[in-house]
Design a protein around this ligand. Sequence first.
Ligand code: KL2
Length: 675
Amino acid sequence: MVGALLCYVLAPLAQLIRRITGPSIDEEDDAAERCSESLRVETDARPVAWVPLGKDQTALLQEWLHGGPGGESVEERGANVDAEIPPREAEEAAMTWQQAGDQQPAAAGWGDVEEPSVSAWHLSAPAWTPSSQGAKEGTPPPVWLPAAAQEAPSGWQPPSHQQHHQNASAIDWQFMSPHGTPQPVGGTMWHVPGALGMNEAPPNMLWQFQNEGNITTNSGQLTRTWENTTQRQGEDAGEGSPFEFTVMSYNILSQDLLETNCDLYSHCQPEFLKWEFRFQNIMQEFDTWDPDIMCLQEVQENHYHQQFQPALQLRGYECIYKRRTGIKTDGCAVCFKRDRFSLVSQHPVEYFRPIVETLNRDNVALLAVLRPAPPQTPDSGQDHPTLPDILVANTHLIFNPRRGDIKLTQLAVLLAEIQQLLQAAGGDAKPCPVILCGDLNSVPESPLYKLIRNGELYYYGMPTWKVSCQEDSSHQVCPRKLYGPLWPSLLRITDSCQYVGVCEKKTPGLLRYGREFLLQLRYSAPALQRPEHLELIAGVTDSIPEPPGDGSERYVSVPEPEDELFCKRSPTTIRHNLHLTSVYSHYQPDTGRPEVTTCSSGYGLTVDYIFYSAQPLPDKSGKGRRRYQDGALKLLGRLPLLSEHDVWMANGLPNALCSSDHLSLLARFGLQPCG
Ligand code: KL2
């Protein structure tokens, strides 16, 4: 009762007041996070219009349409990436591509990995129906047509000739068999009322939970069916990949955070927000996709120990966990199938460092080096090719949309930890492929994303909110800006995101001191002593400097660090040497719409990623956007994400079947032997 009062009366009232008073600029983390919450809700109340793709988005989309991350580049084909393509053209191009390449994963594509019992996940939606041939019973539709304009969120206007596809009456979630025939999983099916406006909280009576086996109509389904990415790149799937495995990245929404921010979920039916209901659904999702490796974020510590770890152990997983520092109760978990991998080492990372201003938050990462266990065949033991270990990194970066400075420093620590571990795991002689998963709280057009993908970021003078582009804070009068270096040298991390020992050894006999170290000495006792024979000039040499009292004097007694940073710092740019590309393209190839990985109250965004090591191709364009081809890790497939429109057609997240405010990300890789 009190909870309901808080959620439905007091919280919206508080939001209204916050909206009227407006956000202030330099608030502490929690307060600033609350500000952004009000912004989210604002967007919720006034859905943003469909915006034409920007330059970056167009470049991303075009690159993907022309062959994916490893494919031929736009530049190579002589196209101008900077030219905006009209959305319609993009859509047509996407559809053409899709008709050519839209095939269900061929058996050959999956090599000798066990076929998951269920490999397609359908969400039936009333407002979207497949176009003609896709409507065939049991066939996942290749193209989705929009329904009536008033049902579509985000101001999306359907072309008039498509408007007759709007007469369905219920959203049915169902799991689909690999070949498209609807089959209930565990005899459970949820009926969700269709076509509620995106801001309407559904009255309880509209929702029914049914536990029965029969499947209703097959019309208008939204589908998540494994996409075979090797076909689009014109490659032979699976060949030369003796070891295939799947990876999931999933922010499962901690119950404590859900209850703390309950006004973000006021669009959800309360039954679907209960932990026991959500836990069952999340486990069901794990069972459905059956990933070999899972990188989970927002796993609540008590739920991990009491529920996830035991349940996953029974399913053949080994799990490791790192809780956030501070008072937040959630953290990151990495789980892997014991019969497919063994744990070589694990490395929990705490970003919190009290001496570094931009590392004063409680986020964490969890790194694991996993050794693949090739399948035992009758002739195994003889001449088995050596597979490299893989480094799996899982993280959840700070949410606060305005603290890009903190996000970048957390990312720098993560990249430094990864590079340190790579060195320890064999150095350059035996490169260990990296899979970096997580919720980075930054969108694909953001500078933070570009740093990961392109290996370099010029940040000088950039407003901190721009780093993640989660929201547009360009209205701020005096935004906090980035000036270098982003972190002090005493963090011992260079601007190439490497620990000092990794980048440059101290030259013996040569004493050079970093600026920060020297600044610490300003108010030390010897510096404040008046030299004996100093000529006395009134007002100049007779005064003793006063420590400013801003804390800078607190370092006075800090001894000389063992290995003070001798690498030259850049005040403008950070870099890294890991070559990482994204599993997802961030745009739906068939509609050109942005994919989303999260959608709680106001709007949908991509903030979750699976990055993996790839080989950079020479950049002929000079535009700085790297192109990659697959290396030791070959991307074989992925589970497509949904557009924001798709998600709202299911009444947003969490809903009856998806029990987090994020979608799960899944990729299938083939691992090539060393050498
Ligand atoms: O967007 V998230 O959700 O990656 O799923 O990460 C953070 C947010 C998570 C951990 O801090 O809690 C959520 N408004 C909206 N979401 C919030 C807020 C807020 N003020 N504070 C925390 N989170």
